[in-house]
Ligand binder design. Structure first.
Ligand SMILES: Nc1nc2c(ncn2[C@@H]2O[C@H](COP(=O)(O)OP(=O)(O)OP(=O)(O)O)[C@@H](O)[C@H]2O)c(=O)[nH]1
Ligand SMILES: [Mg+2]
Length: 576
C-alpha cells in the first residue's frame, strides 16, 4: 500500500500544522499559559511521534501501549502475555522507567527510528534511560501487532508521567491496566477521558481482582466506562493469583487477552479499522485543540501590545517633557546664565537695548571683544546642564515605563528575569548624552560657520567669533524668545534677548529665525534619538520573545486546511 494523493495532501497539511504549532511562542506568563504550552508541546509531539509517521505508513503493525498506574501489574502482564520475562517487574515503585517494545522479528523494520517516537533511541538491552526504547524481538508475538510496556501514568517521577503520556499519544490501541484496588483513582480516569475525546481505541484490563470481587468490581467499572463514553471498549478481568517463580501469571489467566490480541494481529481489516479510528480521532482532536493554542497566541500578542504601549507612553511623555524643558527657559538658569552674562555683560546694556540699538551694538562689540574663553565657558555650562536634563528625563522615563510593566503580570516577570535594572536609565547614558550634546554644539558651530561664510570679515562677526555666535544661538534656542519682549521675559529671557539681538545684528532677522529653527530641530532629533535608544531596551526585550501577531492565524489556517481534507475524505468515503 502506498500513500494516496489525498493521503499525501494530508501529510503536507499535518506537517504545516506541526510547523505552525512549533512556531508559536508563548513566553509571557499569562494565566492560562501553562495549559497552552503543554497543549502545544503535546500536539507537536503527537504529530511527530504518531500522527505523521502513522499516516505515511498505514500498513505498519498496530502498536498496543500498556499503560496505567504504578504497580497495577503492567510489566507482569506483558511478560505473562509473551510467556517470558522481557520487561522488569518489581516491588520498587515505579519499576519501569524506560519503554520496552515487544514485537515479532518480521516487524522489526517498521519500528526504526525514522518512524514512531523518533526521539527515542532504539536499544537492544534493558535500560532505565527514559530517552531509550528497548526493542525485544520474539516469535510468539503475532505479526502485525507490537506491545509496548510503558512507565506509570501517575508517577511520582515527572519524567515517567510525561513519557507515559507521550507513549499513549503514540498508541493505536491503549491497553489500559488498572487494579481492583485502584480502578476508581483520578489520574487513570483523566487519561481515559482523553482517550474517549480522541476516540482512541481502548481495551481495559482489570488486574489483580480477588475472585470474590470480580462480580461487583467489574460491573461497577463497566458502568463507569459506559458513562464516560467508553462502552465499546473491551474489558478483561484478570484474577489476583500467585505468580510463578519467574513472576509470571499462569497462561490461563491471560488467555482471554492473548486470544483477543492474536485475533486482532491476524485480522488486517480489524487492525486497519482500529488504526483508522485512533488516527482520525487524534487528527480531529488536534485540529480542535489547535484553536485553543491559537487563542493563547492572541492573548500573548495582546499582552505584548499592552506592554509595548506602556513603554511607548512612558518614553513619549518624557521625550515631550524633555523637549519642552530645552525650549522653555529652564536651561537658562544657574551656571549657563552666569556664564552667559559674564560673556555679554548685564544690566545697563539690556536696559538701553531697545532705545539705542546702534550705540549698543558697538558697546556689545567692545564688551565681548577678546573674550573667547568666556564663550567657551558658556559652551561647557550648556553641555553639563543639557546633559543633566537629559539624564533626569531618561531616569524618569525608565521609572515610568518600569512602573507600567510592574502593573501587568507578565511585565513583572520580564523585569525580574532581565539582567539589568530597566527602572533606571542605562549605564552608558550619561556618556552618550555628553556625546550627543557635543555633537549638537558642533552642529550649531557648523551652521554659524556656513551662514557666516560671507560675513567672515565683518567687524561684528570677527568680534564675537564663531564660538561666541554659536553660544548665542544656543541661548536663543533654550529661551525660545521669539515673540517675547522686554518686560515679559525677565532677566534670563532678557539676557537671551541680548543674544538674539547680537545674532540679528550679524545675520539679520530672517536668517536668524531660520538658524534658530534648524538648531532646535537638530537638538530635538539628537535628544529624541537618545531616549529612543533607552526605550529600545524595553522594545528589544519584547521583540526577543518572538511573539508574532500572525502566529495564531497560521495555526488556525493550518488546522482548517487539515479539517478541509478530513471532510473531503469523509465525503469521498460516503460517495463510494
Ligand atoms: N501476586 C501477584 N502479584 C502481582 C500481580 N501482578 C503484579 N504483581 C506484583 O506487583 C508488583 C508490581 O508489578 P509490576 O508488573 O512491576 O507493575 P507495573 O504496573 O509494571 O509497575 P510500574 O512499572 O512501576 O508502573 C510486582 O512485585 C509484581 O510481582 C499479580 O497478579 N499477582
Ligand atoms: Mg512496569
Amino acid at each position: 500500500m502506498t500513500v494516496t494523493a489525498a493521503g499525501s495532501q494530508m501529510v503536507t497539511a499535518l506537517v504545516r500544522l506541526r510547523a505552525a504549532l512549533q512556531g508559536v511562542a508563548l513566553p509571557l506568563e499569562l494565566p492560562d499559559v501553562g495549559e497552552h504550552r503543554a497543549a502545544r508541546d503535546e500536539m507537536v509531539n503527537q504529530l511527530e511521534d504518531y500522527v505523521i509517521p502513522r499516516i505515511v505508513t498505514l500498513e505498519a503493525p498496530l502498536l498496543a501501549v500498556v499503560g496505567g498506574s504504578t504497580g497495577a501489574g503492567k510489566s507482569t502482564l506483558v511478560n505473562s502475555l509473551v510467556g517470558s520475562v522481557v520487561t522488569e517487574s518489581g516491588v520498587l515503585r515505579p519499576t519501569t522507567r524506560s519503554p520496552v517494545l515487544v514485537l515479532n522479528p518480521a516487524d522489526a523494520d517498521w519500528f526504526g527510528a525514522d518512524r514512531l517516537l523518533p526521539e527515542l533511541e532504539r536499544v537492544h538491552h534493558a535500560t532505565h534511560d527514559p530517552h531509550a526504547l528497548q526493542l525485544v524481538l520474539l516469535d510468539v508475538v503475532p505479526q502485525g501487532l507490537a506491545i509496548l510496556d510503558a512507565p506509570d501514568i501517575d508517577s511520582v517521577e515527572e519524567s515517567n508521567r510525561q513519557l507515559a503520556a507521550q507513549l499513549l499519544a503514540a498508541a493505536d490501541l491503549w491497553l489500559f491496566v488498572t487494579s481492583a484496588a485502584r480502578y476508581a483513582d483520578q489520574v487513570p480516569w483523566g487519561f481515559l477521558r482523553q482517550a474517549a475525546e480522541r476516540s482512541a481505541a481502548v481495551a481495559i484490563v482489570l488486574d489483580r481482582t480477588p475472585p470474590d470481587a470480580v462480580e461487583t468490581v467489574s460491573s461497577h467499572l463497566a458502568r463507569m466506562l459506559a458513562a464516560r463514553g467508553l462502552k465499546d471498549s473491551p474489558l478483561f478481568v484478570v484474577n489476583e493469583t500467585d505468580l510463578n517463580e519467574n513472576g509470571l501469571l499462569a497462561p490461563r489467566h491471560v488467555a482471554e487477552i492473548r486470544g483477543w490480541l492474536s485475533q486482532l494481529g491476524g485480522d488486517p481489516e480489524a487492525r486497519a479499522a482500529m488504526v483508522q479510528q485512533t488516527l482520525e480521532g487524534a487528527v480531529r482532536s488536534l485540529t480542535r485543540r489547535a484553536h485553543t493554542v491559537a487563542d493563547g497566541c492572541v492573548e500573548q500578542s495582546q499582552a505584548a501590545d499592552r506592554l509595548r504601549a506602556g513603554a511607548d507612553a512612558a518614553y513619549d511623555e518624557e521625550i515631550r517633557r524633555l523637549l519642552d524643558a530645552t525650549g522653555d527657559g529652564t536651561l537658562l538658569r544657574g551656571e549657563v546664565l552666569v556664564r552667559w552674562q559674564e560673556f555679554v555683560g548685564t544690566g545697563e546694556l539690556l536696559k538701553t537695548l531697545e532705545q539705542k540699538v546702534g550705540w549698543l551694538r558697538d558697546r556689545v562689540v567692545n564688551a565681548v571683544k577678546g573674550k573667547p574663553q568666556q564663550a567657551e565657558r558658556v559652551g561647557v555650562a550648556v553641555e553639563s546642564s543639557l546633559e543633566t536634563l537629559i539624564v533626569e528625563h531618561a531616569e524618569a522615563a525608565a521609572e515610568r515605563a518600569s512602573a507600567s510593566w510592574q502593573s501587568l503580570g507578565p511585565g513583572q516577570d520580564l523585569l525580574a528575569d532581565v539582567g539589568e535594572d530597566l527602572g533606571r536609565a542605562s549605564r552608558g547614558l550619561r556618556r552618550r548624552a555628553e556625546r550627543a550634546v557635543r555633537d549638537w554644539q558642533q552642529d550649531v558651530l557648523e551652521m554659524v560657520r556656513t551662514e557666516g561664510a560671507d560675513k567672515r570679515s565683518t567687524a561684528r562677526f570677527l568680534a564675537y567669533g564663531v564660538n561666541g555666535l554659536s553660544v548665542a544661538l544656543m541661548i536663543v534656542v533654550f529661551a525660545n524668545t521669539a515673540g517675547l519682549t522686554g518686560a515679559e521675559v525677565g532677566i534670563a529671557g532678557g539676557s537671551a534677548l541680548l543674544g538674539q539681538k547680537l545674532l540679528e545684528a550679524v545675520f539679520g532677522d530672517q536668517a536668524l529665525r531660520t538658524l534658530a529653527e534648524r538648531a532646535r530641530r537638530k537638538l530635538d532629533a539628537r535628544v529624541s534619538a537618545l531616549l529612543d535608544e533607552e526605550r529600545h531596551r524595553y522594545l528589544d526585550l519584547l521583540a526577543s520573545l518572538g511573539i508574532e501577531p500572525e502566529a495564531s492565524e497560521r495555526v488556525r489556517n493550518a488546522a482548517r486546511a487539515v479539517d478541509d481534507l478530513r471532510y473531503a475524505s469523509v465525503e469521498r468515503t460516503h460517495s463510494h
